[in-house]
Design a protein around this ligand. Structure first.
Ligand SMILES: Nc1ncnc2c1ncn2[C@@H]1O[C@H](COP(=O)(O)OP(=O)(O)OP(=O)(O)O)[C@@H](O)[C@H]1O
Ligand SMILES: [Mg+2]
Length: 325
């Protein structure tokens, strides 16, 4: 268990990055820190392994104040995936992953097996990649190595600072699934920084929403959605999920793709852009009373839209949204 009590951090130069936070990270749980850029996520994380000293307050790990702990020993027991990967460029992938296991005195056989096991886990074929250097890998591949390097020595605590940010959406989802799967059997205490609310909702046991050096709310994913503590938290969760769940229907989604010929009574037509919304289209019918709308994309006519097209779209949208009983 990691516990922050009234922790503040003022950087040299006066930036008050952390303004007194209390935070409890239970043993074996994954807690996500989320919030806008500059709100203090990385600072919070780096104070746990003493890469950054705190200005006041205390951090304890299993009840022991970290200020009493030797930094080197502390870090050996805390896996760390830094925001910008941080592989050692002059070491091969294999050497990077086995670095801490070696420092901990693991036998060659044991750490070599572990390297292969972890590389396979994230889809990097050991035969191909073991002897390569970080710069010979893509950004996403390097990030995978960064993640498995933190897991290699099986530390009880793992800090992950936006570990999946450089991955394409598919690899990202795969690694999220992998992490969830691994965590369901290893139960490490994980602090996971992300910008992505969907990622946090998917993998975290608890989510701490930060803003400007403070924690606005800490709650389980379900609780966070059910009862956001304030407007900031609501907008942080809401915007994204609203965009996902309630996409507005656009003219292009429902238009008739056979454009009408403009000769038959041009004056009775109005034009509307393909990316206008259904309500904008309806507004035009009301204000200008055209017979039909001609749908444009740039300077091309790409389709048409009638009043009944709009009515049908609205009716079927209502059917879709009606509670099924
Ligand atoms: N070494 C430093 N010296 C002075 N100020 C710093 C230092 N590191 C960070 N800061 C400041 O502290 C605040 C918090 O920074 P931090 O890196 O913790 O934010 P973050 O939430 O991790 O942001 P991001 O999402 O962009 O990574 C910012 O205002 C930043 O400018
Ligand atoms: Mg950061």
């Amino acid at each position: 268990m990691i516990e922050f009590k009234n922790v503040r951090k003022v950087y040299e130069g006066g930036t008050e990055a952390i303004k007194g936070i209390d935070l409890l990270i239970p043993e074996g749980k994954l807690v996500a820190l989320i919030g806008p850029s500059g709100c203090g996520k990385t600072t919070t994380m780096k104070m746990i392994n003493k890469l950054i000293g705190l200005t006041s307050g205390t951090i304890t790990i299993n009840g022991i104040d970290i200020s009493e702990k030797n930094e080197v020993e502390l870090r050996r027991n805390i896996g760390y995936v830094i925001q910008r990967i941080g592989l050692l460029p002059h070491m091969t992938i294999e050497e990077n992953i086995s670095l801490i296991p070696k420092l901990k005195g693991w036998k060659k056989e044991k750490y070599e097996y572990r390297v292969d096991e972890l590389m396979n886990l994230v889809g990097l074929e050991p035969e191909i990649y073991r002897k390569k250097y970080p710069l010979e890998l893509s950004g996403g591949q390097q990030q995978r190595v960064g993640v498995i390097r933190a897991l290699a020595a099986e530390p009880p605590i793992i800090l992950m600072d936006e570990p999946f940010s450089a991955l394409d959406p598919i690899s990202r989802e795969q690694l999220q699934d992998e992490l969830k799967h691994i965590q369901s059997s290893i139960h490490k205490t994980i602090v996971f920084v992300t910008h992505d609310i969907d990622e946090a909702l998917k993998i975290a046991d608890e989510i701490a929403v930060m803003k400007d050096g403070r924690i606005e709310q800490i709650a389980k994913p379900g609780e966070l959605i059910a009862s956001p503590a304030n407007e900031f938290v609501r907008s942080f969760i809401g915007e994204h999920r609203l965009n996902e769940g309630k996409k507005e229907i656009l003219v292009a989604d429902i238009m008739d793709v056979n454009p009408i010929s403009m000769q038959d009574g041009e004056s009775e037509y109005e034009t509307i852009s393909h990316d206008a919304t259904l309500s904008e289209a309806a507004g035009l019918f009301i204000s200008k009373e055209p017979q039909k709308l001609v749908v444009t994309k740039g300077d091309k006519y790409i389709g048409s839209l009638s009043k009944s097209d709009i009515l049908h779209a609205v009716a079927s949208e209502n059917r879709r949204e009606a509670p099924s009983q």
